[in-house]
Design a binder for this molecule. Structure first.
Ligand code: 9PG
Length: 516
């Protein structure tokens, strides 16, 4: 199904160029690097399964850079070249830039039905990236609903969330007049992956009882599922092994590594699977939820043997996503762990980076094991900032602010960098902080992070204090471990601990966010 690659040769000194890459799915590393650098390549197979495209992972070789959908090369004057595919609803576009002695070989191969691709020289890479991203977004019918402010249970309570924790936090948020729109229950309420409608005794009650409590407090009810994943010990797996993506031997393919082991994924080219997904989303909607975070979506595009062997991976994925959209109707859908480009037009919002965590960096996993998709504040900033233009594809979800000082290793500067990330990315606002844990100054910081802003643009792509886009019109990030031009390590110039609000927050008029 892959057509022969298109190729271009760039006659420019490779050591003078930067490359802007876009990773495959929400968590995959995206960056702005000297072309001569070496990309990280994860050393454990499950990290590639879970954080990369196994059919087109980072090269791990000096001077060989891969990118999904869109890629740019940048000269010292800010001009350069931008490549973008123009319709990615049924195909993946695999870009590669490769140093060839004193020039650069660029290629784009399309996996799936052939599509038009542009590779364009420009005097301003920033403008051209935005123009081509806008063109792709409009061809694919990108959705642009009002951004929402979400409290999500994951980043404080993880799998130990309970019904009472949700209601207690919602009640306190109301008492303290915190401006959240949605209270979203994350992973932990379900019996197993796939057995979403059955409660986990640890949660205390059934998730269908929660929306009434949240609505009574004036919040929209949100919930998380990983709709394509199936646990190997689940009832769904036992009942329908033929619904799973298969390996070459005709058995369900088990891959990844989370929740203590591997998992299977649904084959979204199977008609009965699509009916089941549609009904799952409709059932959750009928419980009173109108905000749905769908996670680990890359499962439906994982390489394997499918019922409809003629479907490309992107096509198979989009059929599954369409079934969920059909079942959930006009409710708000947030994609996560999702192949980015085939989601455009079907999701309201998209996670555009790895998970934020209450610490700056996990150097062992990132540097020694080569996994740039690992949860950490640094990895979230790194990837989100390199995707500044993706608000043209959906509402960006740069992930949570962590305002609390307890149960967190983040410094004030690092909290400021997270606040700056939310400010420049625009889009959704989210927090998981236990409300009772927040003192006055943490509450102020949380409120500052809940202010909706318009997405910012880079001030420069050639000046950098880190291996991503760091210089924006509203301020600069220093992601390095040393001060740069008076800017402290791990900080944002628009926010410091002495100056507790962002320098130029741009507040939007929120349209009525309650639709459905
Ligand atoms: C629930 C969580 C939250 C979170 C999602 C996703 O590769 N990893 O180690 C890895 C860990 C956690 C993770 C994704 C990847 O989190 O992004 O918001 O919903 O699932 O299980």
């Amino acid at each position: 199904m892959t057509t022969p690659a298109q190729r271009w040769t760039i006659s420019a000194d490779p050591s003078s160029l930067l490359v802007l890459t876009n990773g495959y799915q929400s968590w995959s590393e995206s960056e702005l690097r000297p072309l001569t650098d070496t990309p990280l390549r994860a050393s454990l197979p499950w990290m590639i399964d879970q954080g990369q495209d196994p059919l087109f992972p980072p090269s791990g070789q000096a001077g060989v850079w891969r990118s999904h959908g869109l890629m740019a090369l940048i000269r010292p004057d800010g001009g350069g070249w931008v490549g973008c595919a123009l319709d990615l609803s049924r195909s993946f576009a695999h870009w590669e830039a490769r140093i060839d002695v004193d020039r650069v070989q660029v290629s784009c191969s399309i996996e799936g039905p052939d599509v038009d691709v542009v590779w364009q020289e420009t005097s301003d890479v920033r403008d051209t990236v935005e123009q081509l991203a806008a063109q792709l977004g409009s061809t694919m019918g990108a959705l642009n609903p009002a951004p929402l402010r979400v409290w999500c249970s994951w980043y404080s309570y993880y799998l130990d969330v309970t019904f009472d924790i949700m209601v207690d936090n919602a009640r306190l948020a109301r008492e303290k007049q915190l401006p959240f729109d949605v209270f979203q229950l994350d992973d932990g309420f379900q019996a197993d992956l796939g057995d979403w409608l059955e409660p986990n005794p640890r949660f205390g009650r059934h998730a269908k009882e929660l929306p009434a409590e949240l609505k009574a407090l004036g919040f929209r009810a949100g919930i998380w599922i990983a709709p394509f994943l199936v646990g190997p010990h689940s009832k769904l797996y036992a009942a329908h092994p033929e619904w799973m993506l298969q390996n070459e031997e005709g058995y369900p393919l088990l891959f990844g590594n989370n929740w203590g082991g591997t998992y299977a994924t649904l084959d979204t080219t199977h008609p009965d699977v699509l009916t089941w997904l549609r009904e799952l989303a409709a059932t959750i909607r009928s419980w009173g939820y109108n905000y749905l975070k769908i996670d680990f979506l890359y499962g439906a595009a994982f390489p394997g043997v499918r019922h409809d062997a003629s479907a490309s991976r992107a096509e198979a994925y989009r059929r599954g996503l369409q079934a969920i959209r059909d079942g959930f109707g006009d409710g708000f859908i947030l994609g996560c762990g999702a192949p980015l480009t085939p989601s455009i037009g079907l999701v309201d919002a998209m996670r555009t980076g790895p998970d934020v965590a209450p610490f700056w960096d996990d150097e062992a996993r990132r540097v020694l094991l080569g996994d740039g998709a690992a949860p950490s504040a640094r990895n979230a900033l790194h990837t989100v900032l390199a995707r500044w233009y993706q608000h043209l594809w959906y509402q960006n979800d740069p992930d949570v602010m962590i305002a609390r000082r307890e149960r967190s290793l983040l410094s004030d500067q690092e909290r400021g960098a997270l606040l700056g990330m939310l400010d420049v990315a625009g889009g959704l606002r989210a927090s998981s902080d236990p409300i009772a844990m927040l003192d006055e100054s943490a509450l102020e910081l949380l409120k500052a992070s809940l202010r909706i802003t318009t997405p910012d643009r880079p001030a420069s792509l050639t000046e950098r204090s880190g291996d991503t886009v760091t210089h924006f019109t509203r301020g600069s990030f220093n992601l390095l471990g040393v001060p740069v031009q008076g800017l402290a390590p791990h900080s944002f110039s628009g926010y410091t601990s002495e100056n507790s609000v962002p320098s130029q927050p741009v507040e939007l008029d929120l349209r009525d966010p309650i639709h459905g």
